[in-house]
Design a protein. Sequence first.
Length: 398
Amino acid sequence: MFFDHIEAAPADPILGLTEAFKNDPNPEKINLGVGVYKNEAGQTPVLESVKQAEKLILETENSKSYLPITGLPEYGRLVRELLFGDDHEIISSKRAISCHCPGGTGALRIGADFIKQQNVSATVWISDPTWANHYQIATAAGLNFERYPYYDRATHGLAFDRMLETLSQAKEGDVVLLHACCHNPTGIDPTIEQWEQIADFLKEKKLLPFIDFAYQGFGHGIEEDAQGVRIIAQRCPELLIASSFSKNLGLYNERVGALTVVCADGATAEKVNSQLKITVRTAISNPPAHGEKIVTTVLSDPKLRALWEQELSEMRERIRDMRVLLAAKLKEAGAGDFDFVVEQNGMFSFSGLNKEQVESLKKEHGIYIVGSGRICVAGINHANIDALVKAIAAVVRN
């Protein structure tokens, strides 16, 4: 027998949590584990800008033929303009190339494969904590990884000094994986001044930035959330950026992402593009079309673009409102000071709850959050927040 020696793998910590939630008969159960946006009604909506774009695509599409290996050229251009701004030197000098990948995860994997295949580096430094799949992607691509501290549990803030102190051990040519904004799982982002110090540090140490940009627009705004990327691009002539449109356009199941590689000059960018095509061809042959066409249609149509930006702003503000309300209600309930939740950005909050408290929330109250204490703030609404606050107050006091 070929497969009889295979043992069952442990459940994915987040997807396994969702499965446990589905099997829980508690009618008052709350799922704050999975990282998807939900509106006040607890639904993950299709944006109106997306619906209108799909209608246009349906009316005008006349072929289901393959896309180019790296996706539509217009898609790549729009991705780069979103990252850097329309008139950025990187765009005008044509020293960056972009390829459509299946989601942000696909962009990270294609980027990691490219780094390994081209002998760019063998070691990638990843924040601790981070999105758990980062470690698995690096390992699957054949890269070694090291961890650098990111979260200061005592202050509920960024462990900035320890971060740079640890990264000082990195060797020239190593890769440093950074979250552009809305850090997953902590929600803690560097300030502009800290981004400048990080960029100077990377340049001085000759380290290659690899930026995971999964939440553009979910922190403070489309332009504001790109500041860290643009500061690094000012200092570092070469970097990789993995983008995702799962969150900011709600295209979770369409798997729309992009890998952008910034090079020192246009000639190098052309060479990188030729090699990247081989990487993509080997992994997925060529990308799926529908989600890419949605993004291209929305971003290139002024009316749809304006509608999307408004919808994105409403999603961002709803999450922000839930942060403020959660902190206020927890204080009223005598659960302690949770004001740090308001300072965090994006869909997630590192609540400070320990594993025992997380387990109590699940067993005693039917509230499901990740074992690290990460809460998906986007899953909170006015209908469930009081139950959530009551449960957190109970486990904190025990």
